[in-house]
Design a binder for this molecule. Structure first.
Ligand SMILES: Nc1ncnc2c1ncn2[C@@H]1O[C@H](COP(=O)(O)OP(=O)(O)OP(=O)(O)O)[C@@H](O)[C@H]1O
Length: 766
């Protein structure tokens, strides 16, 4: 054996020793949390006064600890830094300390400031580190180590990073990038690069935009930033939670496993369609309809729709009261309604004023009939109360100023052509037609920001609920006072002795009876529309409509946000053309732009083709530079229209043979999903297709919209000219489709290729 290999064996054994010790500690921590949990549950069975509360809080704490310990089982320790001063530190997913030795760190959390050199140190700027070691483990066993010597004067036998100032941990990085895709996103803690690290650790406050081309690690960076922020601002963010908004369920599923594996649980992941509690937006509509709803003009539409519900009727309203007719003339109705409008209160909050005005007018009419001079204030109050209880008076009230929920407002608006026309004078007849639907149609994702906005316009009159809550609280306090009184009955007691009421007030005691909410911030936020988050991260942020941004900004009054996206990939018609357009209305110029420039996914050969499509887009963006070559030239093949399904099925089989264990994505024009899906299913019965395809499947067939954010070892794009023609943002969609592959790209086409794809190697039909 050569000396080099001897050395390596010794080092591997040494690392194994340290890693085994760390897993031993992890087991001990886990055992301690388990015992703690068992003890809590046992003790609470004894039942002290506040047992219920304390038990819930501490059981939740132990449960969270246990979840975290199991989340870090794989890859607990992944690196080591050797400093110039001779010290060394291991880096891993959590921090572990030696409790018997003044809490000496045995494993440093990757998010700790001291761990930064692991991601940032380079040959040019070694940050007092002379060696960085990547440690690869599998099932607690050290299987490989990879060293980079940063300060070559310290150890000139070592190997310097080839890129010098460039890629960190190059061998490990390239091995990670070349590995087959599993359909789940991996965490990249081990191989975070300098430009990514600076974003992950940027300040919490303010709006940070991360603009980056395809495959530059935006999603990966966004997730690691969530983990980093939760670690460094633990108290605030565990209380307020972090919201991560992603484009669709498939995508959230794809990234879902990364966060727990980074050891965090205070995160709510949601699509825009899930941000209005109580509504599941499963409906679909045309991209054009969604674009109309997403435009800022719709704010005016909603205001008009509310105003439309505050219309005085042109006919008089007749009310029978004690067998006498009372007539509200149109002028009366106008006066009543104008009372509400003049108040400038939210619709539902103005209703009590409208009701008062209505009752005043009716009371005065009754008084006129009975003879005013015979009635005192008490009589008038009685008449008012009687009128109020009258069904016909309530019906008049509902006609003049109905209580409205956002759901009702929108349902009525979209199902009634007349209402819709009155609220949308700026739309054409054809556009209105796109919005019309049945009253029981399911909600669509574009409805969600509108429901939220409508709630802002309507408000909730919660005075009755609040009064009930006050009453419940008073009853609890009275009960608690009773308990204290009984405890303190002993009048002869020594005045020096502490009595129960010296220690606790009725109020405190009552509070202890209150239920303590042990849900995490994420769980509570999911059910509370008015929840404001400590930080919001939006992935694929370019897709959000202006109305969606209004919703998100309401959830973040502190404007602490990280927005990652790529203006060149905007597919939604109401999506962004520029970041300043999106953010200007909320923070003017006070937002920060950072860019990611290295493409870790798409090999150079494929990126060269995609760059031609990018050049045709108006955004004027530079393509990211690929970190590696794949050695496979992207190809195209023209086939007859009638042959397409069969040719696609054959090509899928051929490509599968090429990529072996890997996964194949087939991206087709939305119009061809059904037909081509059937053809692929015939040859690969387990292939996934549909709205949210199962990504673990080896073959996934989808439209560009569904492909957003995803990646596959091989990708087949079908009929690019049709993808281009399918949407005004067709070129952006094609750019997305072309950049999903980590290894191989092929294009099947029935019409001539768009000129931007001339660089593909043409192959003959087989
Ligand atoms: N530092 C890194 N180390 C290892 N893998 C990385 C690194 N950065 C990114 N990757 C990998 O590169 C791929 C692309 O990353 P990601 O999906 O986050 O890119 P993206 O910018 O969101 O792309 P898109 O805009 O196309 O959705 C992923 O497989 C990711 O794990």
């Amino acid at each position: 054996m050569s000396t080099d290999e001897d050395l390596r064996t010794v080092e591997l054994a040494r690392e194994q020793e340290h890693v085994s010790m760390l897993y031993g500690r992890l087991d001990a921590l886990r055992a301690r949390a388990k015992t703690g949990l068992a003890k809590t549950l046992r003790e609470s069975a004894g039942g002290s006064l506040s047992a219920g509360t304390e038990r819930d809080v501490s059981a939740a704490h132990f449960n969270r600890q246990l979840a975290q310990y199991s989340a870090v089982e794989a890859g607990l320790c992944f690196g080591r830094l050797d400093y110039d001063n001779g010290e060394a530190r291991h880096i891993g997913l959590i921090g572990i300390f030696d409790e018997d030795n003044e809490y000496e760190p045995l494993l440093m959390d990757w998010r700790a400031p001291a761990a930064r050199p692991f991601y940032l140190a380079t040959g040019a700027n070694p940050l007092d580190v002379h060696r960085r070691r990547h440690i690869k483990t599998r099932m607690r066993k050290v299987v490989d180590i990879d060293d980079e010597v940063l300060d070559i004067t310290a150890d000139n036998k070592g190997r310097q990073s080839r890129h010098g100032d460039g890629l960190t941990g190059e061998t490990v990085l390239l091995a990670a990038l070349n590995a087959s895709r599993t359909g789940r996103m991996k965490d990249i803690v081990q191989t975070i690069q300098g430009e990514q690290d600076r974003i992950i650790r940027a300040d919490l406050s303010g709006v940070l935009v991360v603009q980056g081309g395809p495959g530059t690690g935006k999603t990966a960076v966004a997730l690691h930033r969530a983990a980093y922020l939760l670690y460094t601002h633990r108290d605030m963010l565990t209380r307020r939670g972090v919201l991560i908004v992603g484009p669709n369920q498939t995508f959230l599923h794809y990234i879902g496993e990364v966060l727990p594996s980074l050891g965090e649980t205070s995160v709510l992941m949601a699509t825009m369609g899930e941000l209005y509690p109580g509504v599941t937006a499963t409906g679909q509509e045309s991209p054009e309809a969604a674009a109309i709803k997403g435009s800022l003009d719709f704010l005016g539409v909603l205001k008009a729709a509310v105003k439309d519900r505050q219309q005085p009727p042109e006919e008089p309203i007749e009310i029978l009261f004690e067998r006498q007719p009372l007539v509200l003339k149109p002028a009366d109705c106008r006066g009543i309604v104008s009372r509400g409008r003049r108040s400038r209160r939210l619709h539902n909050l103005a209703r009590p004023l409208v009701e008062r005005e209505l009752l005043e007018r009716l009371t005065s009419k009754v008084a006129g009939k009975l003879g005013r001079e015979f009635l005192d204030r008490g009589d008038l109050a009685d008449i008012r109360a009687e009128l109020r209880a009258e069904d016909e008076v309530r019906a008049a009230m509902d006609q003049l100023w109905p209580v409205l929920t956002p759901e009702q407002l929108l349902r009525d608006l979209f199902s009634d052509p007349d209402r819709l026309e009155r609220a949308t004078p700026h739309l054409s007849e054809a556009e209105r037609k796109l919005l019309l639907r049945e009253p029981d149609a399911p909600w669509t994702p574009a409805d969600v920001p509108l429901l939220d906005e409508a709630m802002e316009l309507l408000g909730v009159d919660d005075r009755a609920e609040k009064a009930r809550e006050r009453k419940r609280q008073e009853q609890r306090r009275a009960y608690a006072q009773g308990v204290l009184d009984i405890l303190d009955l002993d009048d002869d007691a020594d005045p020096e002795m502490l009595m129960a009421y010296n220690l606790i007030s009725a109020e405190q005691l009552a509070d202890r009876y209150d239920e303590v909410d042990t849900r995490t911030a994420a769980e509570r936020a999911a059910t509370d529309r008015t929840w404001t988050f400590g930080h919001i991260i939006v992935d694929e942020a370019q897709e959000l409509s202006p109305m969606a941004w209004r919703l998100l900004m309401r959830r973040s009054p502190s404007r602490s946000m990280t927005l990652v996206g790529d203006i060149a990939q905007t597919g939604d018609l109401a999506g962004a053309n520029s970041w300043q357009d999106v953010l200007g209305p909320y923070v003017a110029e006070r937002w920060k732009l950072t860019q990611l420039t290295v493409n870790y996914r798409t090999p150079r050969e494929i990126m060269d083709i995609a760059a031609e499509v990018l050049a045709e887009l108006p955004a004027g963006l530079t393509p990211p530079s690929s970190v590696r070559d794949s050695g496979h030239a992207p190809w195209s093949r023209r086939v007859d229209r009638g042959e397409l399904a069969k040719q696609l099925a054959d090509t899928v089989l051929r490509e599968l043979a090429e990529i072996g264990e890997g996964r194949l994505g087939v991206i087709v024009p939305a119009a061809g999903l059904a037909e081509l899906g059937e053809a692929v299913l015939e040859v690969v019965p387990g292939a996934a297709l549909g709205e949210s395809p199962e990504l673990e499947n080896q073959v996934v067939l989808m439209s560009t919209r569904q492909a957003k954010g995803l990646e596959f070892d091989g990708v087949l794009v079908v009929d690019p000219a049709e993808i281009l023609a399918e949407s005004p943002r067709g070129a952006n969609d094609l750019y997305v489709a072309l950049t999903r592959a980590t290894q191989r790209l092929g294009v099947l086409h029935t019409a001539p290729l768009p000129p931007a794809l001339r660089g593909l190697t043409q192959v003959e039909a087989s």
